[in-house]
Design a protein around this ligand. Structure first.
Ligand SMILES: C[S@@+](CC[C@H](N)C(=O)[O-])C[C@H]1O[C@@H](n2cnc3c(N)ncnc32)[C@H](O)[C@@H]1O
Length: 260
């Protein structure tokens, strides 16, 4: 099991969809369809299929959802009405088999590569480059969290959180905030045309439930690092829970396409 539950994924999806760079998404869509009818897109770390819903049903694309959490793949079924051709594949990306990307025109991912190691990025880049498959990887966390108003402890808490982001999440030492840059460099080295674009969350009081869940996860991660005294964490959390807060969480989208 992955530790990502449907409640969290459902909560973040509207913010993710609003944040995705529209131009990169549209270019990815065009690339997907430029190769012929009924293209295959493979979504790595699919969860319940947020990326499919971002692309939207088009009556042509065949999708392969790949995740190691069977509960999320099962939950995808009721969330993908209107997508007639969806294959669900249970697989651990830590042992990425070429069969996962077989016959794909485009590989997609969202909120995945910041969990991945440099080795996995290189492995994905090798597999895709050998087959001239495109990559659209959205919502890679970049280490930036800004809250308004500022509060005592923000910098200390963020430094600890970002250190936690770079720990092993099951895919080797995680790239965390370096993920987008690692993808860009890996695919450029293999001759791909790479574009990146920011896709930050901008949250305000209208997204109180997401903000609260995000803060709870953030605080839990900081506690795990042992880098910040418990009383300082408690004080920061208490202050943040009572304030009206606007926040910015930085992400980047990456689109890497093989040159014609
Ligand atoms: C942050 S969630 C993102 C889910 C989905 N892409 C989205 O945007 O809603 C990360 C996903 O990666 C999956 N994942 C994490 N480690 C994995 C691994 N080693 N193999 C396969 N899937 C993995 C999790 O189960 C989860 O669905």
């Amino acid at each position: 099991m992955s530790g990502f539950d449907t409640t969290w994924l459902d909560l973040r999806e509207p913010a993710d969809h609003a944040a995705r760079d529209a131009d990169l998404l549209e270019t990815a869509r065009k690339f997907l369809h430029a190769g012929g009818p009924s293209p295959l897109a493979v979504d790595l770390g699919s969860g319940t299929g947020s990326t499919l819903r971002a692309f939207g049903p088009d009556g042509q694309t065949r999708w392969r959802l790949v995740d190691y959490d069977p509960r999320l793949l099962e939950a995808a079924v009721s969330r993908l009405e209107g997508f007639p051709q969806v294959e669900r594949m249970e697989a651990d990306l830590a042992h990425l088999d070429p069969a996962v990307v077989a016959d794909a025109r485009l590989v997609t991912a969202s909120a995945l590569f910041d969990l991945a190691s440099q080795e996995l990025v290189e492995r994905v880049a090798d597999l895709l480059a050998e087959r001239k498959i495109g990559l659209y990887a959205a919502l890679n966390y970049d280490g930036v969290n800004r809250w308004e108003p500022l509060a005592d402890g923000d910098d200390e808490m963020l430094a600890a959180f970002n250190a936690h982001q770079a720990t092993d999440k099951g895919l080797g030492t995680a790239l965390g905030p370096q993920a987008a840059e690692a993808l860009r460099a890996a695919f450029e080295r293999r001759g791909y045309e790479v574009r990146v674009a920011p896709s930050p969350w901008r949250l305000d009081d209208g997204q109180r439930a997401l903000e609260t869940a995000l803060r709870d996860g953030f605080v839990a991660a900081v506690r795990e690092t042992g880098r910040v005294e418990a009383r300082r964490i408690d004080a920061w959390q208490a202050a943040r829970s009572t304030q009206l807060v606007r926040s910015h969480v930085g992400h980047w989208d990456v689109l890497a396409l093989p040159k014609a």
